[in-house]
Design a protein around this ligand. Structure first.
Ligand code: 13P
Ligand code: SF4
Length: 312
């Protein structure tokens, strides 16, 4: 185990070179990981990077479904996740067996299944197309007009997309435990303290919170929105890691974390399970690795490829 700090960062970079690895990090990762990653982005950007990399190893600093997506689109690579317990409450809300049973029970509806990328490989394998928060509107608009849509697993993203597109969909009743913690009351209070600030919220937030937002968008689009907006102060209603990315890339503006009723900001406990130490160890041992049965991987790849094609 190396000593913490500069030595640890150098050892990680050295291991990265030895392993011919690429380090991909989601916008919600801790600052130290974001700073040494080769690419930091949202689920959509990370999927493209994972598909296109020519590195031998993908060290995925995010949660399990993201690393799994990397393995699905680039199966010959070794994909490691610093902490295998880095799951996702939203993904857990839709087990593949439950979705399969639901589809069988409602076979008469002949559902076109659109799955938000925050789901397991098993759920992706049961879907027609995948979407992320960055392309959900586009993907839903491209869905066949004569089919009933079942949107899984996030009911908040699903209802936001219905508002944007006017397309009726049936929604799986899942949610992200982080984003539903933001309340109308907490956001109104912080707006009262910063009246000139714009509110930028992730579509996984509830309707009541989205109603207070000047902009609702994916984490990646938040960068562009805040850069171009005339406002100089923003209340960012998503996971706290996003604040680091924004402050780094838009340094001349002020970013205030969206509060919950209980806390001044919101952390995803799963995203925060990854640490520099665990990243070091997974590059050293090439464990824990993401492995997926080939029959599921191959089936899950189809709707992801469809998404990547549609959102070019
Ligand atoms: P993005 O795709 O916007 O990065 O969101 C991922 C996520 O897990 C949101 O909670
Ligand atoms: Fe899942 Fe929510 Fe964490 Fe995103 S923030 S990884 S949706 S639990």
């Amino acid at each position: 185990m190396p000593v913490a700090g500069v030595d640890l960062v150098e050892e990680i970079l050295e291991l990265k070179r030895e392993r011919n690895a690429v380090i991909l990090a989601h916008n919600y990762q801790v600052k130290e990981i974001q700073e040494l990653a080769d690419f930091v982005g949202d689920s959509l950007g990370l999927s493209y990077k994972a598909r296109d990399t020519d590195a031998d190893v993908i060290a995925f600093c995010g949660v399990h479904f993201m690393a799994e997506t990397a393995k699905i689109v680039n199966p010959t690579k070794t994909v490691v996740l610093p902490d295998l317990d880095a799951g996702c409450s939203l993904s857990d809300s839709c087990p593949p067996e439950k979705l399969k049973a639901y589809l069988e029970q409602h076979a008469d509806k002949n559902y076109y299944v659109i799955a938000y990328i925050n789901c397991s490989a098993g759920v992706k394998a049961l879907s027609d197309v995948i979407c992320t928060s960055g392309n959900a509107v586009k993907i839903v608009r491209a869905a066949p007009a004569d089919r009933n849509i079942l949107f899984v697993p996030d009911q908040n993203l699903g209802s936001w997309v219905m508002e944007q597109t006017g397309r009726k969909m049936e929604l799986w009743r899942g949610h992200c435990y982080v984003h539903v913690e933001f309340t109308q009351n907490a956001i109104n209070q912080i707006k009262g303290k910063h009246p000139a600030a714009e509110v930028v919220a992730h579509p996984e937030c509830t309707f009541a919170v989205r109603m207070l937002a000047d902009e609702v968008c994916s984490t990646e689009k938040m960068i562009d929105y805040c850069r171009k907006s005339h406002a100089t102060e923003f209340i960012i209603v998503t996971e706290s890691g996003m604040l680091h990315r924004l402050r780094r890339e838009v340094p001349d503006k002020v970013f205030i974390p969206g509060p919950t009723d209980a806390c001044a900001c919101a952390d995803c406990r799963f995203m925060k399970m990854n640490t520099l130490e665990k990243l070091h160890d997974c590059l050293l041992n090439l464990e824990p690795r993401i492995e997926i049965p080939e029959s599921i991987r191959a089936r899950a790849e189809l709707p992801i490829r469809r998404m990547l094609e549609l959102s070019k």
